[in-house]
Ligand binder design. Structure first.
Ligand SMILES: Cc1cc2nc3c(=O)[nH]c(=O)nc-3n(C[C@H](O)[C@H](O)[C@H](O)COP(=O)(O)OP(=O)(O)OC[C@H]3O[C@@H](n4cnc5c(N)ncnc54)[C@H](O)[C@@H]3O)c2cc1C
Length: 466
């Protein structure tokens, strides 16, 4: 069997790449080692976590938010198995959707582990051990990432879990200890805290959410504490003793010193993810990786071996589904002879907690480090009419614009529905907008998006409502 393109991996990078290639007339096949398509994102990442975040947020709202608006409901309760079934159904409809799209676009699919036997050859080993050799003009590596592990701490996915196990807990833990205050740890911590767990987060750094704008992270840290999460910053987990009924977790200061032992029912290890290229045979064909195991690619997503490309979590850059998708499209277009391109300056990042955090472009810390002169405009949701009506006034919008040209360099939103509002900022930045452009764009009233317009006005110190 011979193809123009074989994509190994059907996550958001791989499946989008395959569909775009098929649209462009390439004879395309996908190799996937999982039973279902969709990769980390659809099976054990974005989709199931957002289902749990959505349901747990409504549960909390029904329990405490409704009464403030005069809506009386009885004390809500959680049927955890139904909640997990709703999440599973959500995952199923999404992964089935990818299978449907493959058929619709006449993409051939192979279930099994793909190995690059040679440039132009992919061997597929099925679960029963049978192998098949496929011929192809080009290969895209889209094998994604895996959970990063802590040395000496075994993840059994029952009591010591990764994000995958934390999406499947069979009962609400009394005490959940999370290692790592990154996006995944805080999202899943929020879910289980809302459902009734006592949550403590241990973080090596002296702040939460590394990479997020410092002012946003600081204010959000305070909000999470108000919600009931406990933090141990500048601390490291060195061991977990699982021999007794309760997990005994040893926590030391990050810089070393006396350890303390904390009890927990569940420990969630959420210290990040590492690129996954095991079993692909990259060494044998000579595809180079960097010192963090990421496949090295040029700006056209080409590896050092002709005809082999790589995208998504398997290469450098933010480990995000939409970044993988953009790279999938760019790789397919390049392979088809078009000018595939990804604008890495405009990749939004969202933390789906309550309130949400969404950002695009540079943080203040990054601009300072690069010596870029900028103006900042900030507008609080407490001064936005719609946020007040919705009783969701925490947070702010901050816009950073070049001091000389006024071009928008970064937008940071901490507040309700930040995930939706960040798209306006991304489009503005993609078009090279100035803060003046956003400030002079008519925004509907009363909407949360008026806070974006007001933050843009605030860059020139002329916000109207604050
Ligand atoms: C809990 C959690 C929540 C997340 N939430 C978000 C979010 O809200 N938004 C967001 O943007 N990102 C989120 N992410 C990150 C997102 O899931 C990843 O960035 C994204 O899935 C990367 O896509 P990918 O296509 O590169 O790889 P993956 O989605 O990891 O897919 C890789 C696929 O390759 C397959 N594979 C691997 N090796 C082989 C082989 N040799 N042969 C055949 N198949 C192979 C794997 O089985 C897998 O299906 C989340 C991640 C987690 C864990």
């Amino acid at each position: 069997m011979s193809y123009d393109l074989i994509v190994t991996g059907s996550g958001p990078g791989g499946y989008v790449c395959a569909i775009r290639a098929a649209q462009l007339g390439l004879k395309t096949a996908v190799v996937e080692k999982n039973a279902t398509f969709g990769g980390t994102c659809l099976n054990v990442g974005c989709i199931p976590s957002k289902a749990l975040l959505h349901a747990s947020e409504l549960y909390e709202e029904a329990g405490s938010g409704f009464a403030k608006m005069g809506i009386k409901v009885g004390k809500p309760s959680i049927d955890l198995s139904s909640l997990l079934a709703y999440k599973a159904q959500n995952v199923k409809s999404n992964v089935d959707g990818v299978a449907f799209l493959f058929k619709k676009n006449k993409i051939e699919t192979f279930h099994g582990t793909g190995r690059i036997a040679a440039p132009g050859q992919v061997e597929v080993k099925a679960d029963d051990g049978k192998t098949q050799l496929l011929e192809t003009k080009t290969i895209v590596i889209a094998t994604g990432s895996d959970v990063a592990r802590l040395p000496g701490i075994d993840i059994d996915e029952t009591r010591v879990v990764s994000s995958t196990g934390a999406l499947e807990l069979s009962k609400v833990p009394q005490k959940l200890l999370i290692v790592g205050a990154g996006i995944i740890g805080l999202e899943l911590g929020s879910v289980w805290r809302r459902l009734g767990a006592e949550v403590i987060v241990v973080e090596f750094l002296d702040h939460i959410l590394p990479g997020v704008d410092g002012e946003v992270a600081k204010q959000f840290h305070r909000m999470l504490q108000k919600q009931g999460l406990t933090f141990k910053l500048s601390s490291k987990v060195t061991s977990v003793d699982a021999s007794g009924k309760t997990l005994k977790v040893k926590v030391e200061p990050a810089s070393g010193g006396a350890a303390e032992t904390l009890d927990a029912d569940i420990v969630l290890v959420a210290i990040g993810r590492v690129p996954y290229t095991d079993g692909l045979g990259l060494e044998a064909v000579g595809v180079k990786k960097d010192n963090r195991g990421r496949v090295i690619v040029d700006q056209h997503l080409r590896t050092n071996v002709a005809g082999i490309y790589a995208i998504g979590d398997a290469v450098a850059g933010p480990m995000l589904a939409h970044k993988a998708e953009e790279e999938g499209v760019a790789a397919a277009e390049t392979i088809a002879g078009q000018a595939g391109h990804v604008n890495y300056d405009v990749i939004p990042n969202v933390v789906y907690t309550s309130p949400e955090i969404a950002s695009v472009g540079k943080t203040e810390e990054e601009l300072k480090a690069a010596g870029v002169a900028y103006n900042s405009g900030k507008f609080p949701f407490s001064a936005n009419a719609r946020a007040r009506a919705n009783l969701a006034t925490e947070g702010f919008v901050k816009i950073l614009a070049d001091a000389k040209t006024d071009r928008v360099l970064g937008v940071h939103i901490l507040g309700p529905d930040a995930e939706t509002m960040i798209a306006e900022a991304a489009i503005a930045m993609e078009f090279g907008a100035s803060s003046e452009d956003i400030a002079r764009t008519c925004h509907a009233h009363p909407t949360l998006t008026e806070a974006v317009k007001e933050a843009a006005l605030a860059v020139a110190k002329r916000a109207i409502n604050f």
